[in-house]
Design a protein around this ligand. Structure first.
Ligand code: PMV
Length: 299
């Protein structure tokens, strides 16, 4: 028997601007070529079958996504295979939401227009973390590098880089939840809005400077924007000693800049590294899992 519908979505990294993007500032993201595949099968549901423990959020995702594409929410099972490590800030939940939607839309025989996929992807991501900006489903949906600003509808602008962007992505064994990092920052913001709003404004300036650097092909300037963004993420309280140790290793091995990516509080880092061999060696020697990607210049 073959599946009634199939869908695939990719991982992402936030290049600049995570967390501030939840507070309406712009951010840059890029698709990463590791994927999550979903297959939709008719059956007693809603149910999500994936590696790891069954989770009621998975069933809710399948039910809501089925209803959104006009299918009976109780009549579908979605099976998932994923190359994206969860809990590392690489957008695994958003890829799960977008791939599930695509598989069910395929089963319903009605591929979703991009705008609907973005809106539904964001609505479904709420199941996994409370106040998402929508940048993750946008990156999972487009799969290219983009500038994002939240809103109804969000601003999603694909970027044309002057040159491909060489990144080393690295993470360790510690998993953490984006919802925890986002929620903790919200509590601190409620205690001292002026302080955090100033940090978010500084991030917005860096996002604009980083975008100009990428469009001009100035990797050194983009690397400096990454370093500066990391400093601001530390000030927001969303970094961690593990992440900072990996960033120091990457910089010491010649990276032009490095920062956490995504939710932080653990999770993955990105390092801008035109000559990535030494950076990769240093990170692997410290026990990190490493992925090298070249973000394409144009879509
Ligand atoms: O879900 P993650 O860990 O890939 O990070 C998403 C980026 C945040 O800005 C931290 C949250 C959001 O919804 O924008």
């Amino acid at each position: 028997m073959t599946a009634s519908g199939r869908g695939r979505a990719g991982a992402k990294v936030v290049l600049l601007g995570e967390h501030a993007v939840v507070y309406d500032r712009p951010a840059l993201a890029a698709g990463v070529p590791i994927h999550l595949d979903a297959e939709a099968w008719p059956g007693r549901g809603p149910r999500l079958e994936a590696d790891g423990p069954a989770d009621e959020r998975g069933a809710a995702l399948v039910g809501q996504a089925a209803a959104a594409v006009g299918l009976d929410p109780g009549a579908w099972i979605v099976r998932v295979r994923s190359e994206i490590p969860p809990g590392r800030g690489l957008g695994s939940s958003a890829a799960l939401c977008v791939a599930t939607l695509r598989a069910l839309a395929d089963a319903a025989g009605r591929p979703l227009p991009r705008a609907d996929e973005l809106a539904l992807g964001r609505r479904l991501e709420v199941l996994f973390h409370g106040t998402p900006s929508g940048i993750d489903p946008a990156a999972a949906s487009l799969g290219c590098s983009l500038r994002f600003r939240r809103g109804e509808p969000p601003e999603v602008t694909p970027l044309s880089l002057a040159a491909a962007l060489p990144l080393v992505i690295a993470w360790g064994g510690e998993a953490r939840r984006t919802a925890g990092a986002v929620g903790g920052l919200r509590e601190r913001w409620m205690q001292d809005r002026a302080c955090y709003e100033a940090l978010f404004d500084a991030v917005a300036d860096l996002v604009n400077a980083g975008e100009r650097a990428l469009v001009a092909g100035d990797l050194a300037a983009f690397g400096r924007a990454c370093d500066e963004n990391q400093r601001l993420l530390e000030a927001m309280g969303v970094s961690s000693p593990d992440v900072e140790a990996r960033i120091a290793l990457a910089r010491g091995a010649g990276a032009l800049g490095a920062k956490l990516t995504g939710g932080g509080a653990g999770g993955a880092i990105i390092a801008v590294a035109p000559d990535g061999d030494a950076v990769e060696r240093a990170l692997r020697a410290a026990g990190a899992t490493v992925l090298r990607v070249l973000v394409p210049a144009a879509r």
